[in-house]
Design a protein around this ligand. Sequence first.
Ligand code: NAD
Length: 344
Amino acid sequence: MSPEKGRLVPVGVGVIGTGGMGGRHVRNLTHEVAAARVVALADVDMARLQQVAAECGAAHAFTDANDLICHPEVEAVLVAAPDRFHAALTQACIAAGKPVLCEKPLALTAGEARQIVDAEVGGGRRLVQVGLMREYDPAHVRVRQMMESGALGKALAFHGTHVNGGTLSWRSVEDVVTNSAVHDIHSARWMMGDEIVRVYTSYAPYSAERPETARLMLIQLHYRGGAVGLIECNMEAGYGYEVDIKMTGETGTVQTASLRSAVVSRQNQRGRWVEEDWLQRFDTAYLNEVRAWIRSVQTGAPTGPSAWDGYASMLVADACIASAKSAQPVAVEIPEMAKMYRRE
Ligand SMILES: NC(=O)c1ccc[n+]([C@@H]2O[C@H](COP(=O)([O-])OP(=O)(O)OC[C@H]3O[C@@H](n4cnc5c(N)ncnc54)[C@H](O)[C@@H]3O)[C@@H](O)[C@H]2O)c1
């Protein structure tokens, strides 16, 4: 598909995976993004597929995602199937020459992610955006802008907290890192504007009998330029969903304030509502993300987290897993970024 500047015809989008996240993307694209039209859906769950197709009016529904990718009316693909399918589906989109917004993580290992980078570089043009969507959260953007302004001096430390409220239960160390902490790893790279060179991961398992599981994980970070960082990923806090970051500079700090609700004072107590899940907390980010993606498909100007970001975050993720397993600090080696991924 060749990009057309200022075209009036909406981009024909195919969405793979119509569950919680895919369903939200479909709704956003259908009701909030005039420049997009969801023309096809794919899911292995026939009932869900038909329900979402009826809701959004998609003309084509497939149980095999590859049929969607190849369909001539599908100009761009959004991958929201489970993590283990991301790498192969993204590769199929690159092979078909179609822009793809792939939910995080780009792949389950850095090796798989590297193959995607190589395929994209081989094709000579950026087609992949990765759903590391905190770059589209207004609170995160404000923190980044403050650090970039230089008003707080050089960045010394990154702090990220990621609190999941519900009963996700019995998540493996690998799953916590690649499915959840990968967001925080990306934030840590993006906020600092520097690469991570060493990690040390420790965690509390769900029970002593299940040491392969992680209920709460702490990841210490060391950056190339000397700064440090800490990520806390709590998989089952029991009270709601929260994501916050804090940057410490030489002359001050800046942090997000993710709680958007009013303060209620009543019966000798003062409190605020904590959001239930990511769909509530990041509603604006998900919308901004698909808007930016569709714009980039139309203009041909790539935007947002790239395949390189997906790859670099997986290099750090692999090191976090190795550190958790060995209880030792582990070095991360991020190679020099291929030219086409450099941001201005
Ligand atoms: N960016 C974020 O903040 C964020 C938040 C939640 C989930 N996610 C990501 O989105 C993806 C989907 O997560 P979810 O919470 O919607 O999960 P989900 O289980 O609610 O939905 C997944 C859907 O994919 C379908 N599916 C399974 N195998 C498939 C295949 N081979 N081809 C097509 N469809 C298939 C399932 O039937 C289901 O409908 C995951 O990769 C997850 O990591 C991202």
